[in-house]
Design a protein around this ligand. Structure first.
Ligand code: AMP
Length: 428
């Protein structure tokens, strides 16, 4: 026989979120809402399921996210759908499908919700995880790159995270990368014996990814590799230089990282990541909290039209883990001032009404109508640390009175029911 309550388990890597943990999610979403207002981003929602082809075309067939990590399902009608592994291709699809071309441009959108990748679950890597994302569609100016980065920087700052480091690079355009890729593959083939098995496959499928492999031997090879920045056109160079100048003006510290390539195919020009700088003492690789960049060619792949764009996404669980590591608590939930206790059926009826009256008047009141014993209710009132407990029993109901217990002093007195609100207003 199965133990009671142990019949169903949630699928591996999926999550239940309990209230204490959810308070972190809510805190982060509230900060997003505030910044979205300041920077004029509008919130959108899009389906959890999309056509699998959207990600195969958009994110890229040989990216880890699509090649290995997509949750796929086939409908009865034979359509191949995927649980969304990221948000950007959906936002671009939405831009075309919902006619956002007719809006004031650039269009600035944000989202917050669950995403799915079929990974082997480990710290900071889950099959179901939350992302917050901000995207700017139809904007070419390098000032927008800095604007977006500034928003993300301020998001992490508003959460009171310390030692935030921005890593930045430029990937140029696909045609520039092709030239570079030829030289890179030539170099990597000469060092192929030092590469990990995954990077061996990447050598034919996605050689750029070898540059940001976390294996120590691959990192060694990457350090000697030719650098993409030397292959960029004058326009891409200038764009990058301008972004860096804006960041200097905004006093946002950054580190140039020539090995930063990001895992998704569609990036062009600026790419960036926010990490927590752990300093010299801790050599473990830092988890990326937020990643993003420009994707000027993605819209062409999805909608057949050129719409230069950029965006980024933050891993909510990773941000929470960083907050916990730094001892940052989400703001605590509203503490009640008053506990309303009741004893007996008639009192319970009266108390339900009185509770509503107090709540509507704006008092921070709580009660536990599931308990009948006064002892249990007083114990709860003590645990919650309320200032006053109001007690309504049969006697109080009959005489239209309420017993008010001052929890700090331990004193109590009986007050006329209609004078209780006045009394509380004076005291709280
Ligand atoms: P990406 O869409 O791969 O650029 O990821 C954006 C951010 O989402 C990353 O920087 C991580 O913070 C987070 N992230 C990506 N994959 C996972 C995962 N499997 N579990 C938790 N967080 C993730």
């Amino acid at each position: 026989m199965t133990k009671s309550g142990d019949v169903f388990r949630r699928p591996k890597g999926m999550k239940d979120i309990l209230p204490r943990e959810l308070s972190y999610f809510n805190r982060i979403e509230r900060v997003c809402q505030r910044l979205a207002k300041d920077y004029r981003f509008q919130k959108v929602a899009f389906p959890i399921l999309e056509e699998a082809r959207l990600f195969q075309k958009g994110t890229g067939l040989y990216t880890d996210v699509v090649e290995k990590q997509m949750f796929l399902l086939r409908t009865k009608g034979g359509q191949s759908l995927a649980l969304r592994p990221e948000g950007t291709p959906s936002v671009v699809r939405l831009y075309f499908q919902e006619g956002l071309k007719s809006w004031f441009q650039p269009v600035q959108l944000w989202y917050f919700g669950p995403f799915f990748r079929y990974e082997s679950p480990q710290a900071g890597r889950y099959r179901e995880f939350y992302q917050l994302g901000f995207e700017i569609l139809n904007g070419e100016s390098s000032a927008l790159d800095a604007y977006l980065i500034q928003l993300f920087y301020n998001l992490l700052k508003a959460l009171r995270l310390k030692n935030i480091m921005l890593e930045i690079n430029s990937l140029g355009l696909p045609e520039e990368r092709q030239e570079y890729q030829k030289d890179l593959v030539c170099y990597l083939k000469n060092h192929s014996r030092q590469l990990c098995p995954t990077c061996h496959t990447r050598l034919t499928n996605n050689p750029l990814r070898i540059l940001d492999c976390r294996e120590e031997s691959c990192r060694g090879v990457a350090r000697g590799a030719p650098q993409l920045i030397d292959y960029l056109s004058k326009e891409c160079h200038n764009h990058f230089k301008e972004v860096l100048e804006f960041l200097d003006d905004l006093e946002i510290p950054y580190r140039l990282n020539p090995y930063l390539v990001r895992g998704l195919d569609y990036y062009t020009r600026t790419v960036f990541e926010f990490v927590i700088d752990k300093g010299e003492a801790d050599s473990s690789p830092s988890q990326t909290l937020i990643g993003g960049g420009r994707y000027d060619r993605l819209a062409e792949l999805i909608g057949g039209e050129r719409v230069p764009a950029l965006g980024g996404a933050g891993g909510v669980e990773r941000i929470i883990e960083a907050m916990k590591e730094q001892g940052i608590k989400p703001s605590s939930p509203r503490k009640p001032d008053i506990f309303l206790a009741q004893l007996g059926w008639q009192a319970k009826r009266e108390a339900l009404r009185f509770f509503e009256e107090l709540r509507k008047k704006g008092f921070k009141v709580t009660a536990n109508f599931g308990k009948d014993s006064l002892r249990a209710q007083l114990k709860r009132a003590n645990q919650l640390g309320v200032k006053y407990t109001l007690i309504m029993g049969a006697e109080e109901v009959r005489r239209q009175r309420v017993t008010v217990k001052d929890m700090r002093r331990g004193t109590q007195k009986t007050i006329e029911r209609k004078k209780v609100l006045q009394f509380l207003k004076r005291k709280l």
